[in-house]
Design a protein around this ligand. Sequence first.
Ligand code: DGL
Length: 364
Amino acid sequence: MPIGIFDSGYGGLTILKEIRRRLPQYDYLYLGDNARAPYGSRSFELVYDFTLQAVNALFERGCQLVILACNTASAKALRSIQQNDLPKIDPSKRVLGVIRPTVEALPGVSASKHIGLLATPGTVASHSYALEMEKMDPEMTITEHACPMWVPLVENNEANSPGADYFVKKYIDEILAKDTLIDTLVLGCTHYPLLIEKISEYVGSDMKVISQGALVAESLADYLSRHHEIETKCGKEGGLKFLTTENQEKFDEIASFFIDSEVHSQRITLQSPCRSETSELLESIKEHMPEEAIPLLDAFITLYPSDDEAYTIRGIKHWALGQRSLAINNYLSAIRINPESRAKMALQAANDILDYYNKDLLNP
Ligand code: DGL
């Protein structure tokens, strides 16, 4: 079974490359959610939802272990997936991130104990690096700075353009102005190694610039040596496959540039996990209808407002409240979005019940 490596786009390839260099014997399956990248400016809920979909897709393809080779996903989704989802999906599977292995390697690298973190707005807003660092070595100072333009530059193959020079200079100047004692810059986004030459050139040789690939690879090697129950399940034929949610020709062309070898990917579509959870939800609604279920229904509807499942649930809610025509309108909306929607069954049931009552009314 392959080790799954996930990123919102191409950035995780910088991690994959180092992992393969360190652990060439294993099989790997890479998934880039390129169709929905970048994740860096997206909300917590969306990053969590998308990441869970990706992890499920890799599990379905046999992965026992998935590495979130994306700081944004590690910052916003890893903990919830480990604590809430894995026990339900399969407690024997594992999902690991890239933030802890990076932070673990930092004490000792900075003489001034002042570190600068360059990352996406999502990673910075989560303060995951500062929180991990606080646990690891409270004497270190970490200054976090968001670089929203760097991922789009890399994703659009503009990492060597004059535009990239401008934005490298801009964000480096900004972070160094926040703390003049910084002597080490950490590239806390897996896309950024593509800009490392420009960054190193601009900051000069007195500043250490650290990218994560080798650190994550070393930490994975250590993890596998300590977890035989996982290690024995990892395929060892040196295989490498790629999945993308975008056009595969485009992925193959750009990805080959990241890992310096030919890439032949397969396109997949990621599905909302709420679909697979719907039957569970419907069961719990049946048990608690109507009052206790209403907050649960509302929470679901807010999370997936335009989804056919949300319309189905809205219909069920209105039905529970006795608002029959509103219920039926919602079922119809669900069917318009997805002709195979479960609302079809609900609508059929609603019609049957109405038929029954009509008959009853006609023949008291
Ligand atoms: N490569 C990802 C990371 O490490 C994020 C890129 C994105 O914004 O999608 O944070």
